[in-house]
Design a protein around this ligand. Structure first.
Ligand code: MG
Length: 452
């Protein structure tokens, strides 16, 4: 006889690190950042070697995960502003259907804990997570460096020594600011406390926990239990505390006997912020980082865990954060919206080892510019750009072409040897562009560009 837990749809937990690079976890080859909980999660579950975020910076990446759509479709990207700032008016449009809204149609309890970055409720109540399907919210509305006090030196995010009084990000509980500036040293621990509480309080019904961490985005802060402990220095301290947070979430699911009815997915919103020097992470063998559509900017760790359902596997088929939208809805038995383009695919065949997933092409946007496209093992770059903070871009005619299976670091351009592949990718881009209806930018700033 089916138990109550088996007959109800699975819980969904998405843990989303901020600016964590492909090479920053033990299970992805980092030599001295210690991540035993994520390593165990990967060993028990599915570790993707070619998992992509849908943008190379925070705001569009989050919009894509929660809507299953390239951010150009929602207008949550823009060549000038690129991300929401602490004095922005824009927000995720009400017309978008978020994963939380769609899961609510199946009776899910929904909570968002952590960095939102899809609207600034202080200036725009429509930007609040509770206006986009979440019953509960606890966290910062934007990046932790986006509202600084006059005490902060200009290079503050890069400095090894960080002072709490430099920063002024507000901490929300639902609609209320409960702390300003947010005490960032204890933020990861407090987010985790809230996540454990949310899971425990909602264990009797299906739930969706969206858990986008504030870190390891700079400025970096760790609690006293982790500060000064990692051989990798402060960045390692911060990642090791995130790892412990994942361990607490998984332990809670085990203790509450929910593990076998919960899909947990861990990933990152974009690659490492390389210009932060020692305060930034590593993309491992991948080229470039945050802000770039080279692999290091968008290929990120991706770990799926569901004891009894997902077998221990290394998954070498590509997948994306947008797929989490479609896949979660399928798992919940909810409708995938059919009145709009949805870019995420149903990757249940990969997760459960029961088949393949056909993807014609995957597109790499920077703002509204389609920079690159991948089809099969090959990726063509029409334009390239170095990491965040380095504005110059290069156009490539003919495009650069790399075989990602043979050359993950994108060093050896093979365009001249594979004219047919290049032609096929170019046609896929033209087809995508012809069908695309870009939304107007939602990213409107109150403050002049460059001011927090
Ligand atoms: Mg980010």
């Amino acid at each position: 006889m089916a138990t109550a837990a088996e007959s109800r749809p699975p819980n969904i937990v998405i843990i989303f690190a901020d600016d964590l690079g492909y090479g920053d976890l033990g299970c992805y080859g980092h030599p001295n950042i210690r991540t035993p909980h994520l390593d165990r999660m990967a060993a028990e579950g599915m570790r993707f070697t070619e998992f992509y975020s849908a943008a190379e910076v925070c705001t569009p990446s989050r919009a894509a995960l929660l809507t299953g759509r390239y951010p150009i479709r929602s207008g949550m990207c823009h060549d000038q502003f690129r991300v929401l700032r602490s004095r922005s008016l824009g927000n995720l449009p009400d017309s978008e259907i978020t994963l939380a809204e769609a899961l609510k149609t199946k009776g899910y309890a929904t909570g968002a804990i952590g960095k939102w970055h899809l609207g600034v409720p202080q200036f725009n109540p429509g930007g609040h997570p509770r206006k986009h399907g979440f019953d509960f919210y606890f966290g910062l509305p934007h990046s932790n460096d986006m509202d600084s006090t006059p005490l902060a030196p200009k290079a503050a995010p890069k400095l090894a020594e960080q002072k709490a009084e430099w920063w002024n990000a507000p901490l929300y509980r639902d609609e209320k600011i409960i702390e300003r500036p947010a005490e960032q040293t204890t933020l990861t621990r407090r987010y985790t406390d809230e996540a454990v509480k949310f899971i425990t309080a909602n264990k009797a019904k299906p739930f969706f926990l969206y858990f986008p961490h504030t870190f390891p985005h700079t400025p970096l802060f760790a609690s006293k239990d982790f500060l000064g402990k990692s051989p990798r220095g402060l960045y390692g301290d911060v990642v090791e505390e995130l790892d412990a947070s994942v361990g607490r979430v998984l332990d809670t699911l085990r203790q509450e006997k929910l593990a076998e009815n919960t899909l947990v997915f861990f990933t990152s919103d974009n690659g490492p912020w390389l210009i932060m020097n020692q305060q930034g992470g590593s993309a491992g063998l991948l080229r470039e980082g945050k802000g770039s559509t080279w692999e290091g900017g968008m290929r990120v760790p991706g770990i799926a865990w569901w004891p009894g359902k997902i077998k221990p596997t290394v998954q070498r088929t590509m997948a994306s954060t947008m797929d989490l939208f479609t896949t979660s809805l399928k798992l919940a038995g909810a409708e995938v919206p059919n009145d709009r383009a949805i870019d995420g695919l149903d990757i249940r065949p990969l997760l459960f080892g029961i088949g393949t997933v056909e993807r014609e092409a995957y597109f790499f946007y920077r703002g509204t510019r389609l920079m690159a496209a991948r089809s099969g093992d090959f990726k063509a770059h029409f334009m390239t750009q170095a990491s965040y903070g380095q504005p110059k871009h290069d156009e490539h005619t003919p495009p650069l072409l790399f075989n990602l299976k043979l050359d993950a670091s994108e060093v050896h351009n093979v365009a001249t040897n594979h004219a047919a592949v290049l032609n096929q990718i170019t046609q896929a881009v033209e087809k995508h562009r012809a069908a695309l209806k870009p939304a107007p930018s939602q990213l409107v700033d109150l403050a002049p560009l460059g001011k927090p």
